[in-house]
Design a protein around this ligand. Sequence first.
Ligand code: UD1
Ligand code: UDP
Length: 356
Amino acid sequence: MKIITVVGARPQFIKAAVVSRAFNQHKNINELIIHTGQHYDQNMSDIFFEEMSIPKPNFYLKVGGKTHGSMTGQMLEKIEEVLLQEKPHLVLVYGDTNSTISGALAAAKLHIPVAHVEAGLRSFNMSMPEEINRILTDKISNVLFCPSETSKNNLLLEGTNTKKIEVVGDVMYDAVIYYLRKAVPSNNIKSLISKNYFLATIHRAENTDNEINLSNIFEALREISKLENIILPLHPRTKKFIDTYNIDTQGITLIEPVGYYDMLLLLNNSNGVFTDSGGLQKEAYFLSKPCITLRGETEWTETVDSGCNFICGTDKHKIIASYEKNKTINFDFTKNLYGNGDAGVLIAEKILNSYS
Ligand code: UD1
Ligand code: UDP
C-alpha cells in the first residue's frame, strides 16, 4: 500500500521518525514523504532527518515563514498536486500545525482516507492556532491515533464514532526510549551538560508575539538565573521577538536550536524544565524531570495530575514560586502515562490491517 506522510515542523520530524521506522518493517508499505517546508533552517529541519535516519522527503514544498492563511493555502494547493499525481491509499498527518491541517484537508477533499497521529488533544483554548488545526483535523480524519484515554474521551465527547479511535500511546515516548540510547553530545553542548542547570524553551505564539507575556517570562527566568543556570535553545520565532521588544536576557544562556540528540542529553542532564512546548512537557516526565509550564493550560493534563508539571502561564510570581516549590517535592514519575513505547509499531500494524 502507498502512504503519503505530510510533515513540516520540528516536532513532526521526530514523530515521523518513529512511525517511518515501524513502516520499514513491513515490505508491503511504501511510504512517500511530503515536507511542506514550514520549518526550513538547518537546525530546525535537516538535522533531524540526518540524525534520526528519517527517509529523505520525496517532495519539498518550500512553504515556510508566511502568515497562517497564506501558508495553509499554499500548502493545500501543493499537497493536492502531489496527491493527484501519486494517488496514495492513505495520508498520514501528525499533531496540530498548519502542515497538519493542510495535509488532512487536501486528502479529505480528494476522498483519500486520513490518519491523524496525536488525535484528541484539546487545550479548550480556541485562540491557539493549534487548537483550530487539531479540532478540524480530527473531524476530517478516518483513523484517530490517540496517545491517552483522556484524548480518546475528548473525541467521544465531541460525538466521534468510536470505531475511528485507536489508543496507541505517544510516539514521542517511543522516540525518547529509542534515541536516548543512541545520543552522543555534539561539541556545542559538551561543556554545558556537565553543569547544574534548568533547560528552557519558548516559542508559543501567545508568548512570543505578546510583549507583556514575553517580558514577564524573561523577568522570571532572569530572577531564577541568580540561583540556577538556565540554558535556552532559542526558537527563531522567539529570537525575532526578543530583538523586536528589546528583551533583557542577561544571565540566561541562549544557544541556537539543537538537534534531537543534544536536546535529549540537555534534558536528561538538567534539574528540570521551563517550557511552553507540548512535546517537552512529556519528555520531561519521561526523563523524570519536573516541568514548569509557561502556559495557562495544557493538553497533556496527565502530567499535571501526576504532580510533576506546574501550570504557571506567564505570571512571574507563579513561575518563581513553582521553581522554589519544585526543590521541596519528591516527584513520582513511575506511572506509564502515555503507553508502552510501542505506539509506532501499533500504528503501522493498524494501518496495514485496515487499508491493504
Ligand atoms: C509551529 C506550529 C506550532 C509548533 C511549532 C514547533 C503552527 C500554527 N504552529 O510554530 O504548533 O509547536 O511549529 O516548533 O503550525 N522560522 C525560521 N526558521 C525556521 C522556522 C521558523 O526563521 O526554520 C521563523 C519564521 O520567522 C517564521 C516563524 O519562525 O515565520 C514562525 O514559524 P511557524 O512555522 O509559522 O510557527 P512556529 O512558531 O514555529
Ligand atoms: N527540540 C529539539 N531541539 C530544540 C528544541 C526542541 O530537538 O532546540 C525538540 C524537543 O525535544 C521536542 C520537540 O522538539 O521533541 C518539540 O518541538 P517544539 O517545542 O518546537 O514543538 P511542540 O512540541 O510545542 O509542538
